[in-house]
Design a protein around this ligand. Structure first.
Ligand code: SF4
Ligand code: SF4
Length: 374
């Protein structure tokens, strides 16, 4: 990817401003998604307004195919593409710590793979120092995983990077909220936005799906997004339950096949195989006119890391009572560590930014249009 300076790319904001001004005069797409009703509430667009609108957009392409002003028309309107660039810009400028943002944006996949190898080697080295034979021995029964690395060391390593990711995401979303307009949030706004996020209400541009190169809408992206989102939540639930069982009941992993920890993990892991693989495939089939090549690297890196996490986790489950367990555990933990590390700087954050934008949309939707447009 080309090098990016650590400052706002004003040309993207200027271009988005130009296109939104045309759309606001045209308003043909008023009924398509949340972007257009939000747009009509303002006559001019600050940088924050534009980032808010961009994060409402799901890049479905419906407005591009409906528009009479797309290139080669001299107005050259292409809302999904400019908004994709602007979303990336909003993640970039709100990221915390800011010095990490350009590093990860340029080299997201390389950093993730390097971190994977580093942690896998660290775990392998740790075992080699304490008990060289343990790495290839067959370990079974409760606590088998901890014969390679003590539970406390695992908690310190993964709890530390997870906490860092949570703090970094909270700070960056708060920055986005403030710079994009912010304001007081009501409980009903949170609930309305939560429902729209959970159901991907605006993903299809009200046309029955996302547009592809054949100009036919399909709902595949919604299905794959849902597999990824709910797969992730199920894996998170599985890990949280395992933590409770370990600390409160003294039940140590690995658990039996019928244990809810394993069942949730298998369901979630399957979702995280199907969803990211489908999204990668759907990405290939998108019309290049409605996506941004600038953001492709970051998106592919995130999906690839999710795929590796679920594939290595499921493989570990199948082979946990064999001599391959040691190497697979080291590899899986390395991938999970790298995934956590890249969370605040990659595509993962888009869900939080979209939720924040939908909260603002829910709040604005209650206000009279005439008052806010002036
Ligand atoms: S995308 Fe095109 S058709 Fe739709 S509102 Fe904008 S200018 Fe009008
Ligand atoms: S969600 Fe679809 S219709 Fe709405 S602005 Fe984005 S690309 Fe256009």
């Amino acid at each position: 990817m080309p090098k990016k300076p650590m400052k706002l790319d004003t040309s993207i904001h200027a271009e988005a401003n130009r296109q939104m001004t045309i759309c606001n005069a045209c308003r043909y797409c008023e009924g398509l998604c949340a972007v257009f009703p939000a747009m009509t509430r303002r006559r001019t667009f600050s940088d924050g307004d534009l980032e808010y609108l961009a994060n409402l957009c799901h890049s479905c392409g419906a407005c591009y195919y409906a528009c009479q002003y797309v290139p080669p028309h001299e107005f050259a309107v292409n809302v999904p593409q400019i908004f994709a660039q602007l979303r990336s810009e909003s993640y970039y400028r709100s990221a915390w710590p800011r010095t990490f943002a350009p590093l990860f944006q340029r080299n997201g996949l390389i950093i993730a793979l390097a971190a994977t190898v580093a942690i896998a080697l660290f775990i392998g080295g740790f075992v080699a120092m304490h008990d060289p034979d343990a790495l290839f021995a067959v370990h079974t029964g409760p606590g088998a995983f901890y014969r390679l690395m003590p539970h406390e060391t695992m908690v310190a390593l993964f709890g530390g990077v997870f906490l860092f990711a949570v703090v970094a995401i909270v700070i960056s979303v708060r920055t986005f909220w403030r710079t994009s307009g912010g304001g007081t949030i009501g409980l009903s706004d949170l609930l309305i936005a939560g429902q729209a996020t959970a159901t991907l209400r605006y993903l299809d541009g009200q046309r029955g799906g996302c547009m592809n190169e054949d100009e036919q809408p399909t709902d595949r992206r919604r299905f794959y997004h849902h597999c990824t989102f709910y797969g992730f939540l199920l894996c998170f639930a599985s890990t949280s339950l395992a933590t409770v069982l370990h600390n409160l009941l003294g039940w140590h992993a690995p658990y039996a096949w019928y244990n809810p920890v394993v069942l949730l993990g298998v369901l979630g892991g399957s979702g995280l195989l199907i969803g990211p693989a489908g999204l990668l495939r759907a990405k290939q089939r998108r019309d290049p006119q409605v996506v941004s090549s600038d953001t492709r690297g970051m998106e592919v890196a995130f999906l690839a890391m999710l795929l590796l996490t679920s594939a290595s986790g499921l493989l570990l489950l199948v082979l946990r009572a064999t001599p391959a367990m040691g190497i697979l555990l080291a590899l899986h933990l390395g991938i999970v560590f790298a995934l956590f590390l890249t969370f605040p700087y990659g595509k993962f954050v888009h869900g939080f930014y979209r939720y924040a934008a939908l909260i603002r949309f829910a709040r604005e939707s209650k206000l009279p249009v005439a008052g806010t447009a002036d």
